[in-house]
Design a protein. Structure first.
Length: 217
């Protein structure tokens, strides 16, 4: 590539799903405010992420009764990514009775890969949780999620929630199909469960040539 001079720098902002300008000044930047990642235009048309890009995706889901186990798709992805953190926070607790055997997993349309304890184990029980309660991927084990109920002030050490390291592990995708990060739970058919959870995923691409294209669903 021929060395090019950066003269007039344009700064753009938008969603990761927005089409980036194809006639931008060389050296211009684009900030994706939903993933919190930065990109630079290196030839006036094409863009490349720069720096150590750590992204965040969020989605809010309402959990209700159903035939157990109930699996909710949170995020779709088509390529590998570095998984940093995965957690949910209760934002509305209309009724949180009867929600247990909760765990995170991956699904490619055929195979299920557990990120935390599966239904055959203890999972984690969220029965009766309150607004502000937090639960998520445990950094020290794959047997259970951590769960911090909002019934009192609490302290969760970094060794459980995950310290600010570059990555915890790598998630790979089944080629040619859409893969999902899911949340699975149990709730009896006669339950009155009605709770809103905001799920957060902190991640980064494994390689800029094959971005994960991770999207909230």
């Amino acid at each position: 590539m021929t060395v090019k001079m950066m003269e007039v720098i344009q700064n753009f902002i938008g969603l990761s799903t927005d089409t980036k300008p194809t006639s931008a000044s060389i050296g211009s930047t684009f900030y994706e405010y939903d993933t919190r990642s930065h990109h630079i235009c290196y030839d006036g048309t094409n863009w490349r992420g720069y720096g150590r890009i750590i992204k965040e995706a969020t989605v809010e889901k309402t959990l209700v009764k159903g035939t157990a186990p109930i699996s909710v798709n949170l995020f779709s992805f088509t390529g590998p990514f570095r998984l940093r953190k995965l957690w949910g926070m209760c934002t509305e607790a209309t009724n949180t009775v009867d929600i247990d055997d909760c765990f995170f997993n991956l699904y490619d349309g055929t195979n299920v890969v557990d990120l935390t304890d599966d239904q055959s184990g203890s999972g984690v029980t969220l029965d009766g949780m309150k607004v502000g309660s937090v639960f998520g991927l445990n950094a020290t084990a794959t047997t259970d999620m951590f769960f911090q109920d909002a019934d009192q002030c609490r302290w969760l050490e970094a060794q459980y929630a995950g310290s600010e390291l570059w990555q915890r592990g790598i998630v790979t995708a089944k080629n040619g199909v859409t893969n999902y990060v899911r949340f699975t739970y149990d709730s009896a058919a006669d339950s009155v469960l009605d709770v809103d959870i905001c799920f957060h995923l902190i991640y980064a691409d494994v390689c800029g040539h094959n971005p994960s294209a991770l999207t909230a669903v």
